[in-house]
Design a binder for this molecule. Structure first.
Ligand code: P6P
Length: 349
């Protein structure tokens, strides 16, 4: 007979424990996080049955990114927009699927929080049953007493008050941090609850996995190509031979093509995910506000690090809602080494 989970703590109870750390808390933040977990359960239900109902495939539209919109992208986006801030906590939302910031009617700009999200990242994988995910970041209005303005949206990741992701994989997991550790909850669909399964996640200091789309290698800078070579052959600090299998060559390559899935595996096992700039995409592909910054917040709270190749992702102040950024994220030692390799390569030009 299967044993009951060792820890029957639900995410709602975990969030309430968090609220107790802030005696002056109003409960708005707790309500908002619970709205997000509810939206995740609704999306999870639809993702799980995507192969059975007419929700696979494309809508025929393109989103602000110029990417073909999957039916599930639309569905997930609408669920998030309807479920978040139903009690006026949210003054602005930013969605990867929507060009402009969204002002929920319920708050008339008075809500304390700003939420930026990618409702369904990697959704082109849905049709082939590969894991996909949701990513979100929560900021606070800069001036609680004033009505919200565009400057409230374009805040750096360093100002995040919480961030998280949901991975719709072999099970549905909700991973979040509000600055007090990173915690993972697994959905038990039979009771409709996210139960604490990964308490206080810490990511290994060094990677054993690297995740990158190597098809773009010819379009990278020489220093990034050298980074890939040494990830493969080992970070050999002595030999200059191009074919020397260096020390520490014990890494393996894993690339799913779904950021949340690659990030989650690397977070638990120790790994580094790279999406470097190319000649055509000089700012890379991934979005700063709804992908890189929330995951950078998570990985830093788990002991890792995230960089655009030159600085911490968390220190970049966005200039536009959909700004893209190169991304190197995961085990702290490897991402710092990549920054160093890029700096050395650029200074030798
Ligand atoms: P490429 C999915 O479209 C996504 O935004 C991430 O989830 C994923 O890691 C990346 O793009 C894959 O991009 O260029 O390797 O297909």
């Amino acid at each position: 007979m299967t044993q009951p989970p060792k820890n029957l703590q639900t995410i709602e109870s975990h969030i309430l424990d968090l609220q107790e750390l802030h005696p002056s808390a109003s409960g708005e933040f707790t309500g908002l996080l619970n709205d997000i977990t509810f939206a995740s359960k609704v999306i999870s239900r639809e993702v799980r049955k995507a192969g059975l109902v007419d929700i696979l495939g494309e809508t025929g539209d393109e989103n602000v990114q110029g990417e073909v919109v999957q039916k599930l992208d639309d569905y997930a986006n609408n669920v998030f927009m309807r479920c978040l801030g139903t009690k006026g906590q949210v003054s602005i939302m930013g969605s990867e699927e929507v060009a402009e910031p969204i002002f929920p009617d319920t708050s008339q700009g008075s809500g304390t929080y700003i939420v930026v999200f990618d409702p369904l990242d990697g959704s082109s994988n849905i049709d082939v049953n590969v894991s996909v995910g949701t990513i979100f970041g929560i900021w606070k209005k800069k001036n609680r007493l004033a009505n919200v303005g565009p400057e409230d949206v374009l805040q750096p990741g360093r100002e995040l008050v919480a961030a998280g992701y949901v991975i719709y994989g072999s099970s549905t997991m909700f991973v979040y941090s509000a600055g007090h550790g990173v915690h993972g909850f697994t959905l038990d669909p039979s009771i409709g609850e996210f139960l604490l399964s990964h308490e206080n996640i810490k990511t290994p200091f060094r990677s054993c996995i690297y995740s990158v789309n190597e098809a773009y290698e010819p379009k990278w800078s020489p220093e990034v190509r050298e980074v890939l070579r040494q990830l493969k052959y080992g970070r050999d600090t002595t030999s200059t031979r191009k074919d020397a299998p260096g020390k520490g060559a014990g890494m393996t390559a894993r690339y799913i093509g779904s950021l949340v899935s690659d990030f989650h595996r690397n977070l638990l096992k120790g790994g580094v995910y790279l999406y470097p700039p190319t000649l055509e995409k000089t700012e890379g592909k991934l979005r700063l506000m709804c992908e890189a910054a929330p995951l950078a917040y998570i990985v830093e709270n788990a002991g890792g690090y995230a960089s655009d190749g030159h600085q911490s992702i968390l220190d970049i102040t966005p200039t536009t809602l959909h700004q893209r950024v190169p991304l190197y994220i995961g085990s702290r030692d490897d991402v710092l080494w990549i920054e160093k390799m890029i700096a050395e390569g650029e200074s030798s030009i």
